[in-house]
Design a protein around this ligand. Structure first.
Ligand code: HEM
Length: 407
């Protein structure tokens, strides 16, 4: 890998193409490593399982949102509001510490419990069946990202929030830019467009309330002072982006590894009770979110043999922790029947993924339905498939397959 930046490790395209090799070496060498992200931001990367888990639960690694806002330079102004409305997409709970985090999370927790999410099962199945009907009609190979892994989660979260999806393609483009390592000008443009769109949506829900979850949130904010306008926009932003930039990769990464490991695919076909465990192994083995979002050290913090100085940006790699052999024996082996409990794919601590039950449900239904209906063959050399550029998200650009309906 080479020390490319004044003694620091550069997380560049080479890294994004195969982060596992980098992580294996970093885990071996030291507990935390100073890295440089593609846009030049310096951060400390924690790669070992136990350190990662401890860091995610450590209040000395805080979110410190004002600081984050300066670093990320993502703020939006609604162009139709004479500049009076200064909104920021980053004022959401994932960027907050207690007590703000506690207050914001409490408002949405109920909608995402395992029980509430289970009620969505028939609708998630129906959406999946419709997508697979359309895919079956296509001539030649299909891209599983395009026909299933991307549209399923975004349709589900938009329906849940009551968001009309005419602007789905724009939305996908803005969202992709915002989670990428694009240059700040592009990120700002995408942020502004997204902010204006969500502002319009809040206004629409205010004027035309439905019985959806988002209308309920808008009205909760009118009755009390629980969510101000900016927080509401930020909440919609978080749920929509978190709801679809991640599960797409759970589904596509999972199918990709089943195709690469035909013995595992055969076992899963033979015994469908293995599916929930298989989804956990997809999450562990090729975690859709490489590292948790930025934290800041509020004091000098010792991590193993390294001291991370106060006021550093800190990244905790979930992808790396989940491949740490000291926690998961023979961690680089893909095994759908292995013990995966404690994996970090959904994070850990107070920011543990709110959408985990929904992501699991979507993953199980998508992969289950795919295997029920089709025999799958890769349409291109699997080793040659491209991974998304950028360091935050771990996912395939596309997954071309040939689908043969099962008799
Ligand atoms: C937080 C991963 C799906 C909503 C997180 C975090 C991770 C994560 C790692 C913590 C980040 C941190 O601590 O910095 C994933 C993965 C998913 C997934 C791997 C799919 C496989 C979803 C879905 C939703 C969602 C479907 C639903 C809307 C959220 C929210 C938070 C969050 C709201 C912030 C929670 C908080 O700050 O308290 N997710 N997520 N996620 N996720 Fe997910």
């Amino acid at each position: 890998m080479g020390e490319k930046f004044q003694g620091s490790t550069m997380l560049d395209e080479e890294y994004s193409a195969d982060p596992h090799a980098y992580h294996a070496r970093l885990r071996e060498e030291r507990a935390a490593t100073e890295v440089v992200l593609p846009r030049g931001t310096k951060a400390w990367l924690i790669t070992r399982y136990e350190d990662a888990r401890a860091a995610l639960a450590d209040p000395r690694f805080a979110k410190h949102h004002e600081h984050l806002q300066r670093v990320m330079e993502v703020s939006t102004t609604n162009p139709d509001d004479n500049g009076a409305l200064e909104q920021s997409l980053v004022r959401h709970m994932l960027n907050m510490d207690p007590p703000d985090h506690t207050r914001l999370r409490k408002l949405v927790t109920k909608a995402f419990t395992a029980r509430r999410v289970e009620q969505l099962r028939p609708r998630v199945q129906e959406i999946t069946d419709g997508l697979l009907d359309a895919a079956q009609g296509a001539a030649g190979p299909v891209d599983l990202v395009d026909v299933l892994a991307f549209p399923l989660p975004i349709t589900v979260i938009c329906e849940m929030l009551g968001v009309p999806m005419e602007e789905r393609d724009d939305f996908r483009a803005w969202s992709n830019t915002l989670v990428s390592d694009s240059d700040p000008a592009e990120i700002e443009t995408a942020g502004k467009a997204m902010g204006a769109y969500l502002f319009g949506l809040v206004e629409h829900k205010r004027a035309n309330p439905g019985d959806d979850f988002f209308s309920a949130l808008v009205h909760a904010s009118e009755d009390g002072d629980q969510l101000d306008q900016g927080e509401l926009i930020a909440m919609a932003f978080l749920l929509l982006v978190a709801g679809h930039e991640t599960t797409v990769n759970l589904i596509a990464n999972g199918v990709y590894h089943l195709l690469r490991h035909p013995d595992q695919l055969a076992r899963l076909r033979a015994d469908r009770s293995l599916l929930p465990g298989a989804v956990e192994e997809f999450l562990r083995y090729e975690s859709p979110v490489n590292y948790a979002t930025f934290r800041y050290s509020t004091e000098d913090v010792e991590v193993g043999d390294v001291v991370i100085p106060k006021d550093s940006l800190v990244l905790v790699s979930l992808l790396s922790g989940n491949r740490d052999g000291s926690k998961f024996p023979d961690a680089d082996r893909f095994d759908i029947t292995r013990q995966t409990s404690g994996h970090l794919a959904f994070g850990h601590g107070i920011h543990f993924c709110l959408g985990a039950p929904l992501a699991r449900l979507e993953g199980e239904i998508a992969v289950g339905a795919l295997l029920d209906r089709f025999d799958l063959e890769p349409a291109e050399d699997l080793e040659g498939l491209a991974w998304r550029p950028g360091t935050l998200i771990r996912g395939l650009v596309s997954l071309p397959v040939n689908l043969s309906p099962r008799g």
